[in-house]
Design a protein around this ligand. Structure first.
Ligand SMILES: C=CC1=C(C)c2cc3[nH]c(cc4nc(cc5[nH]c(cc1n2)c(C)c5CCC(=O)O)C(CCC(=O)O)=C4C)c(C)c3C=C
Ligand SMILES: [Fe+2]
Length: 416
């Protein structure tokens, strides 16, 4: 497997490039870029790629997303394994803020296409994480993986109101690239797709421009396109015990190759923001079950106050309505089940009917979707008042293996 030989995008002009005579002028031009920090904001450093768990799950949610689902087009198991090895090597470089390949974007021979597409030259790592998952369809007969399919990797049932588009659903392999810089996230997916040419094809991809949750108490809670704080009662990386209970696959769960991994459910959810925007503030708050300004549970003052489901208004009705989103999704009414949500807002142009194609690309990680996403969504699909303003148009589920150890590759234990 390729070692970390890639060229630093910011210190592009050191020893590695000196041996290559071509493109010397290019070095100077990019060197100027490399010292220009104007494109960076906040902590623009790298996130460690290797570890017990994959990065990009509990990592404090970055601002931008490029998500892609791939269909595997080769039928050869060895080619699939080769691809995962190449992807892993490339991802270790990309997340470190380095060009991929030996020569990167601008140091290779004139006669060949550059190994790296180049649009991230001069940009910092911008906390890029790349997270991979395997869909149920990868465990069909093609690659001898049938017996290795985890029991928890179920085909999601049809939920009431589902209006799924095949072309925006499912997929053999998911790649979630998150970064604080949209160009860095897009560069990652583009280069992985390019490496995969002839072995995988992009089935669909989704850009997300604003995070809709926080996965750390150090992060402020962002707002979704309904204008509400989203992610208040999310699983947070500081809650180590809860993460073992609710997020990471445990040895007793099996299969062995998934221990330390997690299951990802993605849902492309259209939000009818034009209708929402004509709805009164009181109605909006009743739909969510929280105040729009503070994010506090109805009847409470602070965002992080506990929700009191027994509190009543003077008319005897619950302050947090029985059909409100937070009531129906709360662990108290779902057998204790929780999710680690790290979804993103999207606006993908308009729908031809005078409405924005806007919504939430919902991403939720969990230990077992049979006990978490499926029962929660079943409840929401039946009773959630929010259903008047949303509909689900894309859906997928993936088994995300544990983290990669140095010298290993994504899903290596699956293929042993
Ligand atoms: C099946 C799981 C969920 C889907 C699908 C979902 C869609 C969805 N949610 C919002 C906005 C908010 N959700 C909030 C809380 C919340 N949502 C879920 C699950 C799903 N949401 C859970 C488990 C929770 C936490 C409930 C709790 O424990 O209190 C909130 C409130 C703030 C917060 O706690 O995060 C908002 C706002 C939208 C707009 C949406 C689909 C478009
Ligand atoms: Fe929600």
């Amino acid at each position: 497997m390729t070692e970390r030989t890639g060229i630093s995008r910011r210190g592009l002009f050191g020893a590695a490039g000196a041996a290559v005579a071509t493109g010397v002028a290019g070095y100077a031009a990019h060197s100027a870029l490399a010292t220009d920090k104007s494109q960076a904001s906040g902590d623009d450093g790298p996130v460690e790629f290797h570890g017990v768990h994959q990065a990009g799950i509990t990592t404090p949610v970055q601002d931008r997303l490029h998500f892609a689902a791939f269909d595997v087009t080769t039928t050869k198991r060895e080619e699939l394994i080769g691809l995962l090895k190449e992807w892993t090597a490339a991802a270790a470089l990309l997340t470190a803020g380095r060009d991929i390949g030996q020569y990167g974007a601008v140091n290779g021979p004139d006669e060949a296409p550059p190994e790296d597409t180049g649009e991230a030259v001069g940009l910092p790592p911008a906390r890029l994480t790349i997270t991979v998952g395997f869909g149920p369809s990868l465990f069909d007969d093609r690659f001898g993986l049938k017996a290795k399919r985890p029991k928890a990797l179920v085909d999601l049932p049809h939920f009431i109101g589902d209006d799924l588009e095949e072309a925006r659903s499912y997929g053999d392999i998911a790649v979630q690239a998150c970064s604080d810089d949209p160009q860095v996230a897009v560069h990652a997916i583009r280069n992985l797709a390019r490496i995969g040419f002839g072995r995988v094809a992009v089935r669909y991809s989704q850009l997300g421009f604003g995070r809709t949750s926080s996965t750390s108490r150090a992060q402020a809670t962002p707002r979704n396109l309904f204008g509400f704080k989203d992610g208040t009662n999310n699983l947070k990386l500081e809650d180590a015990d809860k993460l073992e209970q609710q997020l990471w696959v445990q040895p007793e769960d099996g299969p062995e190759w998934m221990v330390g991994g997690s299951y990802l459910v993605s849902r492309r959810i259209r939000m009818h923001i034009e209708t929402w925007d004509r709805t009164s503030l009181g109605e909006q708050e009743g739909v969510i079950g929280r105040g729009k300004g503070t994010g506090a549970p109805l009847g409470k003052a602070d965002e992080f106050d506990a929700i009191d489901f027994t509190a009543k208004n003077s008319d005897g009705e619950p302050k947090v309505p029985t059909d409100s989103h937070v009531r129906l999704a709360h662990p108290q009414f779902n057998n204790g089940a929780e999710l680690l949500r790290r979804g993103y807002n999207f606006v993908d142009g308009s729908d031809g009917l005078g409405r924005l194609d806007a919504g939430l690309f919902f991403l939720a990680y969990q230990r077992d979707p049979r006990k978490q996403f499926i029962p929660i969504q079943t409840r929401l699909a039946k009773n959630d008042k929010m259903n008047e303003y949303i509909h689900h148009v894309g859906s997928a589920i993936f088994a995300c293996p544990p983290g990669v150890q140095p010298g290993g590759f994504w899903g290596d234990k699956l293929f042993t």
